[in-house]
Design a protein around this ligand. Structure first.
Ligand code: ARG
Length: 573
């Protein structure tokens, strides 16, 4: 919230009670309706400490509030103090702050910035990018932007699933049935189909499994033929993934993978054994975690091959030694909750206190109501199919609403992607949801398209007002106080703009980008209400200038919020 008003309130309360001003800040809130003023303070916690009746305390404080140019009045309502700010000061301060700071409005500089490592996306080589990886990608990308906005240093890591016995199967299948041309034409789908074929043939021919194990052993021993194929599969997959990341505008500071940690395994195992009791069970090396209510952690298979968990232990130590993080965040679906519990428990048992800074940021699963979305083998939803369908449906909506729109195809792609990202962030991460295209694409619903249409409307108002033939206007250049906007719609909108920095901070605190999505929905609704009730472009130049600045500020906050979610809005829609 705007610091100067909150500061003045907390200073006053501090003088009256001799408590530190920071004590009061969490209890100073934006009330739900304008009749209750612009800020309220709930007296319960203070009254409890001072052993006073909250109502009497509220009354006493309201009467003691000194005259101030920033506040018109302060009243008590039951145990609440309600502050009515001077609209001229308030609006000028908020709107001018947004207009001046532009995309930095909402940013802050932590006194002690942290180094935060975020691991996200992490797809598997030679397998299609599915909706789970998509969720991991957009949640990680958004959290990284949110933390950076708060002044932290972030390191984004993509940890590829590029090692393990499945690569033995793939090499075995390719050697038996593979075709180089098919591989080059559509690498990931082709490799995936070979993998599926391997499994179905292995049912009637179990010796295939043995052959596959031999191939993976060859990979571990760096056999040139095995490694060459593995490398080729990896490079072809990465090329395809790169196209996806380009479309999503997602970048990483480090792309590593499980294979990188294969050579760390002997050292990791001896470090584990130096601080923990391991056991051999049916030839495999394990850690018994029964005491902690977990199944045993498998470190090495009976043939000596490392496992997913072992590689994660090695990777975590490497990141800790190399990147000196204050916090590490793994954005991975909730199906791997047990895996991360085991990982962190082992680090804890090894006596590493920094394990408290390791977090698994889990998320639930999404299904589509649309039958078309799960027709390929298995239940997985591939990103490619999802984006294609979304864009196709949005194109139809555009055709109905605005058939003469420029660059229809690109706009439909942007909105199609934005709609899915927004729907993803419409509820808390951990919730499982069922997506229904009719719901998530509806331009009049609580959706991404609704916010994007509103953004385009704000852009269009500004374009019209600033049209060179219509007397140029540059709202961001005119400094100084504005005439106050008195209507409830305007005041509610301005009050909401003020909340933005606070929303970013809570999204970071709870690792929940959905707070920003919900905030943007409310912002869009308040903006539309304002726009329907009031003329922005009009005769009174002072009113027009104040309203244009309000539109500029709203558009800015929408753009910043959308960008924190990884959504790029089209200017026209
Ligand atoms: N590649 C894995 C999968 O697709 C996800 C990796 C998650 N990160 C990790 N450090 N284990 O299931």
């Amino acid at each position: 919230m705007t610091t100067s008003f909150v500061q003045e309130i907390s200073q006053f309360l501090s003088q009256k009670t001799k408590k530190d001003p920071s004590f009061f800040v969490p209890f100073i809130e934006k009330p739900p309706s304008l009749e209750m003023g612009d800020y309220s303070f709930i007296c319960f916690p203070l009254a409890k400490e001072l052993k006073k009746n909250p109502k009497d305390l509220a009354q006493e404080l309201a009467q003691a509030f000194p005259p101030s140019p920033h506040f018109d009045k302060v009243i008590s309502t039951g145990p609440y103090l309600n502050f009515f700010v001077n609209q001229k000061f308030y609006q000028t301060e908020i709107i001018q702050d947004i207009v001046n700071k532009k995309e930095l409005y909402g940013s802050s500089h932590e006194e002690t910035p942290k180094t935060i490592v975020l691991e996200y996306s992490s797809p598997n080589i030679a397998k299609p990018f599915h909706i789970g990886h998509f969720r991991a990608t957009i949640i990680g990308n958004s959290l990284k932007k949110i933390f950076e906005m708060l002044g932290h240093t972030c390191i984004g890591i993509n940890y590829l699933g590029d090692w393990g016995t499945q690569f033995g199967k793939l090499i075995c299948a390719f050697k038996k049935w593979g075709d180089v041309k098919d591989l080059k034409d559509d690498p990931i789908q082709y490799l995936h189909s070979l993998y599926v074929r391997f499994h179905s043939e292995a049912k009637s021919n179990p010796s295939l499994e043995e052959e596959a194990r031999e191939w993976f052993k060859k990979c571990e021993k760096k056999d040139p033929e095995a490694l060459k194929l593995w490398k080729e599969f990896k490079e072809l997959s990465l090329k395809e993934f790169k196209l996806i990341y380009d479309d999503l505008h997602v970048q990483f500071d480090e792309v590593s993978g499980e294979s990188h940690y294969d050579e760390f395994i002997p050292k990791t195992i001896s470090e584990i054994q130096a601080s923990l009791k391991t056991q051999i069970s049916e030839g495999a090396l394990i850690i018994d975690l029964e005491k902690f209510g977990m199944p045993p952690a498998l470190l090495l298979r009976s043939d000596g091959a490392s496992l997913y968990l072992t590689r994660d232990i090695a990777a975590l130590f490497d990141r800790h030694n190399r990147l000196h993080f204050d916090k590490i965040i793994y954005v991975v679906g909730d199906t791997q909750t047990l895996h991360f519990k085991q990982l962190f428990k082992i680090i804890e048992l090894m006596g590493k206190p920094w394990v408290k800074n390791c977090h698994h940021i889990a998320f639930g699963q999404i299904r589509f109501k649309d039958q078309k979305m799960s027709t390929r083998e298995g239940k997985a939803i591939w990103l490619e199919d999802m984006l294609h369908r979304s864009t196709e449906l949005i194109s139809k909506i555009i055709e109905e609403k605005n058939p003469t729109l420029k660059d229809k195809k690109e706009v439909a792609q942007k909105v199609g992607l934005g709609a899915i990202i927004f729907a993803d962030f419409s509820s808390k991460r951990i919730k499982n949801s069922v997506f229904d295209w009719d719901v998530i694409l509806n331009p009049d619903g609580d959706t991404g398209p609704y916010v994007l249409y509103t953004y385009a409307r704000a852009s269009s108002i500004l374009r019209k007002a600033c049209h060179p033939e219509k007397k140029a206007c540059h709202p961001e250049q005119s400094e100084g106080s504005l005439i106050p906007l008195e209507s409830p719609e305007e005041r509610m909108l301005i009050g909401h703009l003020e909340r933005f920095p606070h929303i970013i901070a809570s999204a970071a605190h709870d690792f929940e980008p959905c707070y920003i999505a919900n905030y943007l929905l409310d912002l869009a609704k308040l903006f539309n209400r304002f726009y329907h009730e009031h003329r922005v472009i009009q005769e009174n130049p002072d009113l027009q200038s104040a309203r244009l600045k309000l539109v500029t500020a709203t558009r800015q906050v929408m753009s910043t919020g959308l960008s924190l979610l990884g959504i790029e809005p089209p200017e026209e829609l």
